[in-house]
Design a binder for this molecule. Structure first.
Ligand SMILES: Cc1cc2nc3c(=O)[nH]c(=O)nc-3n(C[C@H](O)[C@H](O)[C@H](O)COP(=O)(O)OP(=O)(O)OC[C@H]3O[C@@H](n4cnc5c(N)ncnc54)[C@H](O)[C@@H]3O)c2cc1C
Length: 401
């Protein structure tokens, strides 16, 4: 039984339980990975934040009810790392396309290049002979979660010791992490490989692993240098997305998707939907099959959202799996508008772009409502995190925290 249950209540319970530890304890102990049953120094809130069963604002608010901004500074920064990565990718969506193209090439190489398929399988199955790495590969598959430090070490060993294409590692994470996120994951892997802060890599060192796993591992044969991967450079930065000006039409349908299950911003206008449908996009995280646990969490989170909001959403039209099917639902119900939370760069945005191109010729508008938290943070992800971080005080003031 996976320890992450997909409901908002479970996420809030976890938040409540962790909040006392989010201050100085977190600053001191967060880098220790003590094993799957003992990730007590970090919140493990990521699957809930990923689908917005629990929001960033709620997390920050609960933590700041217990601690001063100074005491919780490290934890607050980590929550804003998520916002920063999401904003950075939203301003440069082409990086997701580059990653997917690189992944397709790497998958082709596994068919053509002698030995690569076996080395990739061994890494995915935790059969490389590097004790720590093999343990994390299994923990990832069995639990759908890895500690942040383990993700960094794992990605570093994958790229710099095993010399495997980074995109195959990023794909393994997206297929198995319950929090698998196009922004944090792609940019985290790029950062380890020296593609994100161009030329700056992350090297996993045996003594560091030994210390921060409390002597559980003593990996042998790790690379001693981490050379940056060759980079195409960053694509030019675009403009942040905005919610189009809109007034609810008479015939409105709501589309709920697993990229953002917080429906509050949709109902800030007087919307009375006739009908709603669901779209689960987690299968599109990878061209390969995502794990059953990932699917179960995403679908469970969706059902939990429907159970909480159902009375406000009109007639339940069930799940529609493709843009074609959603467009047909909108047409059959003679909708003027389909209103949905903004789906961020990655599979959700790909599907919504496709849907938009099908609805527009039918005279139906797709209104993608951006969460005010994202409108506040994303435009500031223009450069590195250190520049973004300077705005955190203003963000907290704006959130009233
Ligand atoms: C190679 C690599 C891949 C990653 N892939 C993902 C991913 O697919 N999805 C994902 O949510 N995170 C990813 N991360 C970031 C980070 O490892 C996880 O967010 C964190 O480990 C989640 O555990 P937690 O909830 O216990 O974190 P906590 O330490 O309790 O932090 C609280 C919250 O802050 C956010 N956060 C913390 N650290 C980071 C970080 N470094 N970057 C971005 N957000 C952060 C998360 O939302 C997290 O839930 C990745 C990091 C690396 C190095």
């Amino acid at each position: 039984m996976n320890r992450f249950f997909p409901s908002r209540n479970k996420g809030l319970e976890r938040l409540k339980g962790f909040a006392p530890h989010a201050g100085r304890d977190y600053a001191r102990l967060r880098n220790y990975d003590l094993g799957p049953e003992s990730h007590v120094h970090v919140s493990q809130l990521s699957p809930y934040l990923r689908h917005r069963l629990v929001t960033e604002k709620e997390v920050l608010q609960t933590v700041l009810n217990r601690h001063s901004r100074a005491a919780a500074e490290k934890f607050i920064h980590e929550v804003f790392w998520r916002s920063y990565w999401k904003g950075w990718l939203e301003l440069r969506p082409g990086v997701w396309g580059q990653y997917r193209a690189g992944l397709a090439r790497a998958l082709d190489r596994t068919k053509a290049e002698s030995g690569l398929r076996q080395r990739w399988d061994d890494a995915c199955n935790g059969e490389t002979g590097i004790d720590a790495f093999d343990h994390w590969a299994k923990e990832l598959r069995e639990t759908g979660y890895l500690h942040n430090h383990a993700r960094m070490w794992f990605a570093s060993i994958w790229i710099h010791t095993l010399n495997l294409p980074w995109e195959l590692g990023a794909d393994l994470f997206l297929r198995h992490l319950l929090d698998g996120d196009p922004a944090s994951n792609t940019l985290g892997w790029r950062w380890v490989g020296g593609l994100q802060t161009i030329g700056k890599t992350y090297l996993a060192r045996p003594d560091n692993i030994h210390k921060f796993t409390e002597n559980r591992f003593n990996p042998k044969g790790l690379a001693r240098d981490a050379h940056p991967l060759s980079s195409q450079g960053h694509p030019p930065r675009g403009e942040p997305p905005q919610t189009p000006p809109w007034n609810p039409a008479e015939r409105v349908g709501v589309l709920i998707h697993d990229d953002d299950l917080n429906l509050n911003p949709l109902f800030e206008s007087d919307v009375y939907p006739l009908t709603f449908t669901r779209l689960v996009t987690c299968d599109a995280r990878s061209p390969l099959a995502v794990s059953e646990d990932v699917r179960r969490f995403a679908k469970g989170a969706m059902e939990d959202t429907v159970a909480r909001w159902g009375a406000r959403l009109g007639t339940d039209a069930g799940e529609h799996e493709t843009p074609e099917a959603i467009a047909a639902w909108a047409k059959t119900n003679q909708l003027d508008q389909v209103v949905t939370p903004y789906g961020s760069t990655g599979p959700a945005r790909d599907v919504l772009d496709d849907l938009d191109s099908r609805l527009t010729p039918q005279g139906i508008s797709l209104i993608r409502v951006i969460n005010p938290y994202d409108s506040m943070t994303w435009p500031n992800a223009t450069h590195g995190f250190f520049r973004f971080k300077d705005h955190i005080g203003e963000f907290l003031d704006d959130l009233g925290l």
